[in-house]
Design a protein around this ligand. Structure first.
Ligand code: SF4
Length: 486
């Protein structure tokens, strides 16, 4: 077989799973295209990388991209020959492994330091291996590597002061500790890649440390109702069952130890019937007071904060939907969607506190999330804190019904709105919507606010966002009316 050139990301794929690396090399067409949220993560990473290099105004960027590696190698060589002190995205190859370190810089000891930039907020084990393989290549190439650093996002930074957006940690010691494992791993990979597809069982590694893009291929034989649907089953237990080829729910040994919730799920699966505690549900419903406000927020949490007082990755709401149900059965709808790049919080909180009066329960699905959003709104907009506190005190969580009193094997062990809905209100579906989950809502919102008012595309995206958030609260109304109090 032709010798395969490996990159840093391929090295890390191999660390996660040999089969993943083998598929990336030999059958890349089995990986689906990246979902829209993935593109946003890449774009965010690019922006973080650009900001991280601002500290070095004299740095030279190797412009040739991954489609033109020979040119990138040539440009890097030129920069080194010209005694450039700081190089961004240099291109180095050693023993057929190619790496492009974010930043390398000459140090006072006549050698080089390396800085790897990450959008995460701490150093993770996978970062150590990431930097180790790069260090190994740079050393092999002939650079005297001295110290290596990870520059990551600093959660304590507060907008508008972005001067401490990054925290730089010296990771030379942990990287040196794994450096000798790099050539061993590479030779393992090379011999594995020369053979046929390795036989690797599915397991926790399929999503750890990264979501593997071949899940659709490797998990295709997992039955619709499987051990992966048993609520909160530990990975060690799942992996023993996988080894014994007991993946279908019907393959679970009769003596397998289960807790009360897990047993309920199995009972529902065996009887093919939901298990519903109507007395428990009635007890929860008795706590409600009309008018009922069904509330849902959409939020964003960018790596680089852009509004006053926000930390990196701190959530802020840009949209809410609220359906209000009166005791006589009449239903009204209120909503707010921020449509420009300005700070959405003040406009949203004004609208929200007007829509939700001083009486009546406020129903949310997973109400801890809505509570967290409103607690923050109360800090950011203290003039509304009393009204927000009153809304928080009236929160009632519809999720509790499906966590405690309503088990159906067709929810597949989950109890999110999107798992419950197709089973209990099949007439409503998210499949027909253009925006169908919270990540897509974030991506769509960020696209929409950058489009000028009056543009047709902006109107389309506004409509899609309103349909999506409005559906979330309408679904809760339907569950309440058609399932819980019918
Ligand atoms: S889905 Fe799992 S088993 Fe398959 S290649 Fe990915 S990590 Fe390996």
């Amino acid at each position: 077989m032709k010798t395969v050139r490996l990159s840093k990301s391929k090295y890390l794929s191999g660390l996660q799973c040999h089969k993943r690396l083998w598929l990336e090399i030999h059958k890349p067409e089995l990986a689906p295209l990246s979902p829209p949220g993935q593109q946003r993560i890449f774009d965010q990473g690019t922006r973080v990388g650009e900001l991280a290099t601002e500290e070095f105004p004299d740095g030279v960027l190797i412009k040739a991209d991954y489609l033109n590696i020979p040119e990138a190698i040539e440009q890097t060589k030129e920069a080194l020959d010209n005694s450039v002190d700081v190089i961004f995205e240099g291109c180095f190859v050693f023993e057929n492994v190619l790496v492009r370190p974010d930043i390398i810089l000459r140090n006072d000891l006549g050698g080089w330091n390396m800085i790897e930039v990450k959008s995460s907020t701490s150093v993770k084990e996978e970062n150590i291996h990431d930097v180790a393989v790069q260090t190994w290549v740079l050393q092999g190439y002939g650079l005297k590597m001295k110290r290596v650093f990870l520059k990551h996002i600093n959660r304590n930074c507060v907008y508008p002061n972005l001067s401490d957006l990054f925290k730089t940690e010296d990771i030379t010691e942990p990287v040196n500790a794994v450096l000798t494992s790099v050539p061993k791993k590479l030779s393992e990979y090379k011999s594995m890649l020369d053979k046929s597809e390795p036989n690797v069982l599915i397991g926790q590694h399929c999503g750890n440390p990264y979501d593997c893009q071949f899940v659709g291929y490797c998990w295709k034989d997992v039955p619709e109702h499987s051990i992966f649907n048993i609520p909160r089953l530990r990975w060690t237990d799942k992996e023993h069952l996988i080894e014994d080829n007991r993946i279908g729910i019907d393959d679970l040994p009769a003596e397998f130890p289960l807790n009360e919730n897990q047993q309920k799920y199995i009972n529902s699966s065996e009887s093919q019937q939901p298990i519903i505690d109507w007395d428990g549900i009635k007890g929860e419903l008795d706590k409600l007071e009309y008018p009922l406000h069904f509330l849902d927020f959409e939020t964003d949490s960018p790596a680089i904060p852009r509004f006053d007082g926000l930390h990196p990755y701190e959530q802020f709401p840009f949209q809410y939907s609220c359906h209000i149900l009166d005791e006589n059965g009449s239903l009204k709808h209120f909503e707010y969607l921020h449509k420009s790049e300005s700070d959405p919080r003040q406009g949203l909180v004004e609208s929200l506190t007007k829509a939700i009066g001083e009486t009546g329960s406020v129903i949310a699905y997973n109400a801890g999330f809505e509570k967290g959003v409103m607690n923050k709104l109360a800090q950011w907009c203290p003039e509304y804190s009393e009204q927000l506190q009153s809304i928080i005190e009236r929160l009632w969580d519809q999720l509790v019904i499906f966590r405690k009193y309503y088990t159906d094997y067709r929810f597949k062990g989950l109890n999110s709105l999107k798992s419950v809905l197709p089973v209990i209100v099949p007439s409503l579906s998210y499949d027909k919507l253009d925006v169908s989950d919270g990540i897509e809502a974030q991506v769509t919102w960020n696209e929409m606010i950058q489009i000028a008012d009056g543009d047709e595309k902006k109107s389309i995206l506004i409509k899609e966002l309103k349909e999506y958030c409005g559906q979330d609260t309408l679904v809760m109304v339907k569950i309440h009316r058609e399932v819980l109090i019918k």
